[in-house]
Design a protein around this ligand. Structure first.
Ligand SMILES: Nc1ncnc2c1ncn2[C@@H]1O[C@H](COP(=O)(O)OP(=O)(O)OP(=O)(O)O)[C@@H](O)[C@H]1O
Ligand SMILES: [Mg+2]
Length: 263
């Protein structure tokens, strides 16, 4: 069972959008996919419509989650089996997150083997899925370290924007450091996101990334597409929201490439 981590400490580069829609596209092609939301912002969980079934007030006021989530897996050793949920896409499953995960990094600091808590937790579902994809928060903190420590392939989304390559050296360094505790981790690929064909800047970023990462960069480039940004507020994948959009076509094509490369 391959475990993929989608990471980039830069915020808003398309980590969550890619986890959600790449995961959904692969699930639609018949693979059993587990998505793990490892971000306290819980954007992946709400984007899949998961948090909508809970009364917002109850989870905003007392700070405690009304559902089991990745926090319980990491901090309370709750088995992943009792935490993952189905989604409205067949074959697509989710380990949800919750704002309370924000405190986990501090609580984990004094825990034994704090870098490998997620790796250990995933042994509970060994080979039960065709693949696992983990969505990280925008930092290189203990949560992202846990995701890197649990995975064998790192996928890096890069936004076709100013400073796109900034910080990537640090991410690659972190990946190499993690090999000390997780020798199986390698760079799986780089995914270009939010490409705008009207700007010169976008194409120059694509050129730079292809030059730097060579064949590690996926052929498919995800365009900037407003439908991709609208879909999560409806709790829908791009395929449920607008299957004919350029965003849906891009994530389908990315999934085809992905399956050919890895599965
Ligand atoms: N290809 C796209 N076209 C248009 N909007 C997009 C695209 N990809 C992502 N977005 C929007 O850009 C914003 C950032 O995307 P996303 O949440 O996926 O990034 P992220 O890297 O997960 O952010 P964070 O670092 O905060 O977790 C979101 O509002 C999302 O809807
Ligand atoms: Mg995100």
């Amino acid at each position: 069972m391959d475990i993929f981590v989608i990471a980039n400490q830069k915020g808003g580069v398309g980590k969550t959008t890619t986890t959600l829609n790449l995961g959904a596209a692969i699930a639609k092609k018949g693979k059993k996919v587990l998505l793990i939301d490892l971000d306290p912002q819980a954007n992946l969980s709400s984007g899949l419509g998961f948090t909508q079934q809970f009364d917002k007030q109850s989870w905003d006021t007392d700070g405690k989650a009304p559902y089991k989530n990745i926090y319980n897996v990491l901090v309370n050793s709750t088995p992943i089996h009792s935490v993952f949920v189905t989604t409205s896409t067949p074959n697509l499953f989710l380990v949800p997150s919750h704002l309370s995960l924000a405190g986990a990094e501090i609580e984990m600091v004094n825990m034994l083997s704090r870098e490998t808590l997620l790796k250990k937790a995933l042994e509970d579902i060994k080979n039960e899925f065709d693949l696992v994809i983990i969505d990280c928060p925008p930092s290189l903190g203990l949560l992202t370290i846990n995701a890197l420590g649990a995975s064998n392939k790192l996928l890096i989304p890069i936004q076709c924007e100013y400073f796109a390559l900034e910080g990537l050296g640090q991410l690659i360094n972190t990946m190499n450091l993690i090999k000390g505790i997780n020798p199986t981790l390698v760079l799986g690929g780089v995914i270009l996101t939010m490409y705008d064909s009207r700007t010169k800047l976008s194409s120059s970023v694509v050129e730079d990334v292809r030059h730097f990462f060579k064949e590690s960069a996926f052929e498919t480039v995800v365009p900037r597409n407003v439908r991709l940004s609208e879909a999560p507020s409806h709790g829908k994948t791009i395929f449920q929201y607008d299957s004919k959009s350029t965003g849906a076509r891009a994530y389908n094509s990315l999934a085809r490439e992905f399956i050919k490369k890895f599965l």
